[in-house]
Design a binder for this molecule. Structure first.
Ligand code: GDP
Length: 194
């Protein structure tokens, strides 16, 4: 079957987005990082399954070793399923992602979001970065340009509307994401014709 995956650090709003997209309600915030395996949900209007992968990143009470296990599980899932994943929705927190990336830049470390974004590219999985919590962002264009810059996409962000989608999951403002996802799905349908 066709599949979309939802990836991103903990607390960026993946559960909230999942609920908006699927209409399913399920627990958010409880036992962060302890999600054992990918959760699958049917995405009603579109004819495919959407998979919620566990969030990665700082989780209080979750030991480093467990965090690495979670990361390995995500990487393996994406590698094993790359062929059938039509689109990845990489969720970031618009309010904090630039600071987090900059804090982890330099030295030997590659910030998780940057690593994940490039990894999805390597796997040839079409990706939309859903920049969530835009309701909390004042300097919208500057922020989105900075996010593009950190991900290696040449600003202005407006050139990347198939890749960068500012949203507010909490407010149900998802139009840019739905548009971007649809573009990728249609591109693939077209590719399948030739
Ligand atoms: P997850 O860990 O990625 O699944 O994140 P959750 O969906 O549990 O959300 C984490 C926190 O961010 C919760 O307090 C949400 O209410 C909040 N949140 C999610 N989406 C938005 C949004 O669009 N705007 C704002 N301001 N808060 C949000």
């Amino acid at each position: 079957g066709s599949e979309a995956v939802l990836v991103g650090r903990s607390n960026v709003g993946k559960s909230t987005l999942m609920r908006e997209l699927t209409g399913h309600t399920f627990d958010t915030g409880r036992n962060p990082g302890v999600t054992r395996s990918p959760n699958h949900y049917d995405w009603a209007p579109e004819d495919f399954v959407i998979t919620d992968l566990p969030g990665y990143g700082f989780m209080s009470g979750v030991p480093e070793e467990r965090r690495e296990e979670i990361k390995t599980g995500i990487v393996r899932y994406l590698e094993d399923n790359a062929e059938k994943i039509l689109v990845a929705i990489h969720v970031v927190d618009g309010k904090s992602v630039v600071d987090i990336i900059d804090r982890h830049s330099g030295g030997e470390e590659i910030p998780y979001d940057v690593e994940l974004f490039h990894f999805l590219r390597e796997l040839d999985i079409p990706t939309v970065v859903a920049v969530n919590k835009m309701d909390k962002v004042d300097d919208r264009d500057e922020r989105l340009d900075a996010i593009c810059d950190r991900l290696g996409l040449l600003p202005p962000w407006k050139q990347w509307q198939e890749t960068v989608a500012p949203i507010s999951a909490k407010r149900g403002q998802l139009d840019p994401l739905e548009k971007a996802v649809r573009t990728h799905l249609h591109d693939q349908e077209r590719d399948d014709l030739f």
